[in-house]
Every structure is written in structure tokens, then in C-alpha cells.
Design a protein around this ligand. Structure first.
Ligand code: DAH
Length: 333
């Protein structure tokens, strides 16, 4: 083999063929019809002295076969390394961030409330969001002319008959109708009101209702359980007060406030209402055929949005309904 051919042979053996580009370049350099090295060597055959022509031809052919063999090998190696399941990890690439979901702040707050009362022995009950007038108002001792029955406050489906429930209290009626006392339930759920939307009110929101009916249930039991709850939610040192109030379905009724410390306020803080409660009105017990001479009970109801807004320092209720991920991801638990 001439010196030229020997150099070429070396090149053919040594060229790295690890990538598609290298393989293409190699094929073009040696086999291209127009300017390929092997092609050019073949074209020179007629000019070679007749006595050397045979050896020359054989040598060039051998080179061509080596080129083809290397191409074949390289192509195979490349396609098997691209096969699925082949580890091609590039450890220099930055890692991929997998976006992590989280529970909505309302769900978290609702879970917390429900969990606290379950741990005191309350069962979870649920009603329906489409309710009838009797469960939502009449059985709960709302007088015929009560303003809540007005179209202004209630979304009626059929006026005076079916409606979107305005509170979770009708579930008290449903539960007591379906089982005799003792009854001890907690009712998380969604409620609707025909209100002007603003930073503090929305047309739908969530409540958690509580009901305990048995022989000898007293206001002291109510205070005790609500105090335990306030401590769970707002810490051991929470200050809480009962303020007389009115609800058609409880007598006596109260609203519960907690002290919210704020050094910027005169007096160092303020009282904030967190829920309504009271002793179940005898008229309500009668509506569900429970004898008020034998049984007494307490009930309470709270707005979940209000508690979530307090806990997280949220000042506009609408942000809880806009599903803006930038807002929601602040509340990863
Ligand atoms: N249902 C009342 C409301 O929506 C809240 C409430 C107050 C529920 C007192 C009760 C209760 O069970 O005893 O405003």
C-alpha cells in the first residue's frame, strides 16, 4: 500500500463517529460521488501503470470496505444508544421543577375545624345545597315575614318553595328527622346568599354547623366546647367572650368573639366575631318531633371564610374565589 493510502487508512480507523454529524461528515469525506476521497482514488485507476493497477485497485477497494464497515458500526451504536430506556442522563442540565399542588386555604381551614370537633366526638353530617323552604326557614322557627325569606337575600329556585340553602342550619333538621337523640354532629358545607359582592361578602361561602341534643345538655357544655375549639384554632391563651344575640332557632342565643391583639389599635386589639350559637329553641325540637321537656341541645354555626381570613391575614374574600395560583401557593401547608 502506498504511503498515501496508508495515511488514509489510519484516518478511516481513527475518526471518531459518536454523533450523527460525525457520521455524515465521514460519509461525505470518503464516499461522496462528487468529491469523496474514495471516489477520487477510483477515478485515478486508468492513470496507474498497468503493472500496479491490480494491487492499487484492491487496496482502494479494501479502504472503501473499511469505510462502509465503520459507517455501519457507528450507525448501529448510535441508534441503540438512542433507544428508549437507555440512560442518557446529562448531569449538567439544571433539574426540572415539578410544580407541587396544595390544598386551598378554605379546605385547610374547614379540615382543621372538622378535625377539632371530630376529636371531641362529633359525627360528620351533610345535607343538600338545594333545600326547601321548610328545612331552611320554617322548621328553624323563622317567622313568615322574616327578611331572610326575601328574594333580596335568598336565591330562590321556585319562590317560597325551593332555594339554594342560605346556611347549614337546615342540616340540623335533616339529622334530627333521621335519628333520635342523642345527636352530636358537625356539618361542613357551602351556602349561598344574594348579596352584593365586596371585599367582605360573596354570593357563596362555607359554614360549619354544630349540633348536640341529649338529655341535660346546657349552656355550660356549649361554652366549654367552644372554648376548647377557640384554643385549638387560635392558641392556648386565646380570650373569648359570649355576647347575647338573637337567632330564630336558638334561645338564648349568643355570638362568640375572640380578642385579636393588634398593637397599632387603641386598647391593643379588638374583639372579632367568629360564630353564632345558642340553645336549640323548643319550637325547633317540636318541629322534628323531639320532646323539649325531655331533651335540650345546643347549636352553633360559623363562617369558614371569616376564620380563614383571620388565620391567614387575608383582607379580601374575593381572592379566595379567583383561583389565582400566585395567591393560592402562599398557603402551602
Ligand atoms: N345559621 C346562622 C347564620 O347563617 C349561624 C348560626 C347561628 C348557626 C347560631 C347556629 C346557631 O346553629 O346556633 O348566620
Amino acid at each position: 500500500m502506498s504511503e498515501d493510502l496508508a495515511t488514509l487508512r489510519q484516518e478511516i480507523e481513527d475518526t471518531p463517529l459518536g454523533t450523527e454529524e460525525a457520521i455524515d461528515g465521514f460519509r461525505i469525506r470518503f464516499l461522496s460521488r462528487k468529491q469523496g476521497v474514495i471516489t477520487a482514488l477510483m477515478k485515478r485507476i486508468p492513470d496507474i501503470a498497468p503493472e500496479n493497477r491490480k494491487t492499487y485497485g484492491q487496496d482502494v477497494n479494501a479502504l472503501k470496505q473499511r469505510v462502509e464497515a465503520r459507517l455501519e458500526e457507528a450507525q448501529q451504536a448510535l441508534s441503540s444508544s438512542n433507544a428508549p430506556g437507555t440512560d442518557q442522563t446529562d448531569i449538567t442540565l439544571p433539574g426540572r421543577v415539578v410544580p407541587e399542588g396544595s390544598l386551598h386555604p378554605l379546605t385547610q381551614t374547614m379540615d382543621l375545624i372538622v378535625h377539632a370537633f371530630s376529636s371531641y366526638g362529633f359525627q360528620i353530617a351533610e345535607g343538600t345545597e338545594i333545600e326547601d323552604d321548610w328545612h331552611n326557614f320554617t322548621a328553624l322557627n323563622f317567622p313568615e315575614d322574616h327578611p331572610a325569606r326575601d328574594m333580596q337575600d335568598t336565591f330562590f329556585i321556585e319562590e317560597g318553595k325551593t332555594l339554594l340553602r342560605t346556611h347549614t342550619s337546615p342540616v340540623q333538621i335533616r339529622v334530627m328527622k333521621s335519628q333520635p337523640p342523642p345527636v352530636r354532629v358537625i356539618v361542613p358545607g357551602r351556602v349561598y346568599r344574594n348579596e352584593a359582592i365586596s371585599y367582605k361578602s360573596y354570593c357563596l361561602f362555607h359554614q360549619v354547623e354544630g349540633l348536640y341534643v341529649d338529655q341535660g345538655v346546657s349552656m355550660a357544655d356549649l361554652k366549654h366546647i367552644l372554648h376548647a375549639f377557640a384554643r385549638t384554632l387560635f392558641g392556648h391563651d386565646v380570650r373569648m367572650r359570649f355576647r347575647p344575640s338573637f337567632f330564630p332557632f336558638t334561645e338564648p342565643s349568643a355570638e362568640v368573639d375572640i380578642w385579636w391583639p393588634d398593637p397599632d389599635l387603641p386598647g391593643g386589639g379588638r374583639w372579632l366575631e367568629i360564630l353564632g350559637c345558642g340553645m336549640v329553641d323548643p319550637n325547633v325540637l317540636e318541629a322534628v318531633d323531639v320532646d323539649p321537656e325531655v331533651y335540650t341541645g345546643y347549636a352553633f354555626g360559623m363562617g369558614v371564610e371569616r376564620i380563614a381570613m383571620l388565620r391567614y391575614g387575608i383582607d379580601d374574600i374575593r381572592t379566595l374565589y379567583e383561583n389565582d395560583v400566585r395567591f393560592l401557593k402562599q398557603f402551602k401547608s
